[in-house]
Design a protein around this ligand. Sequence first.
Ligand code: FA5
Length: 351
Amino acid sequence: MDVETMIATFEAERERALVLARGAATPEELEAARVAVLGRRSPFAEAQRRLGALQPEDRRRAGKVANEAREAIVAALATRASELEAAAEEQLVAADRIDLTLPGRRPPIGSLHPLTIIEDEVVEAFVAMGFRVVEGPEVEDDWHNFEALNIPADHPARTMKDSLYVDVPGQPGLLLRTETSAAQIRTMESQGPPVYIVSPGRVFRRETPDATHLPVFHQVECLVVDEGITFADLKGTLEALVRSLFGPSRRVRLGPAYFPFVEPGAEVGVSCFRCDGAGCRVCGNGWIELLGAGMVHPQVLENCGYDSERLTGFAFGMGIERVAMLRWGIPDMRLLIEGDVRFLEQFGGAA
Ligand code: FA5
């Protein structure tokens, strides 16, 4: 290789290096460019290796060109490297930038459970009339759940078939209360007349769940004991309650019913929200049984030490799930306990 070819190579390689460095879009491409122009197998290195074979005068001349070319190449690579570094930094900052003008993410607002809404409504209506709220235990004994309520030992409700007993060593006969009526007894045992109370709570029965029955459900018990209380007071209170819960358009039906702790006893039904009394899959016969009621049996008053000659009273126990079904047209009671957010969020505005 003569000296002129060598000088031409150094200059050509410098030009090539400047183009390659400018065109490199990533640090990896830049490194590849550096190897291509300055690496051991590059034309530049090849030409440099042959410098030693030149005459001293030629070697000096070509060496100077080589040095200048190398310096220019190294500088171009360094410039491009810092450009790429700055661009990467900028990209990082852009990705991390917080746009303060974006709307915030709103956490979904929870809502009261439909059963809580109804229970609150019923209790508030009674509190406004001057009733007191009492709550009894969910695990009850035989006396409060059965005996004092005039439910005799051979009553079918006492069997394992209907009630859920709790196994506590040394305390036989404990069970999950089957109705809120147990709260009547606890109230009368702890205070004298007059009594005006409501008692909301969960009750438990050995039931197979279906569209209108659950094994764990809610009741609100109402008990009034005073002088001169009559069936008309019971009827008036029930009508006012049903009207306040469902409005005037639902029809109310009062029929005879037997509960050992009342005499006479009544069952109150409301015309079905779906078929309005015609009979359908939800209700069967057109009516949804809402509550049991009656005049407190004299024996129950006596069991609690109340004078049944002087005092009379009425009581009723209402199923909260049934009220919710009627209120919102819920076709299956099981929806109330499944915890499906798509169902529950519909009650957001109702609270
Ligand atoms: C009673 O529980 C009586 N303690 C009611 C009572 C109180 C009568 C005071 C007289 C005086 P009953 O078993 O019918 O009665 O239940 C009352 C209400 O609870 C029913 O009308 C119904 O609305 C609801 N209910 C009963 N069983 C279920 C169930 N398995 N699932 C959901 N709701 C029920």
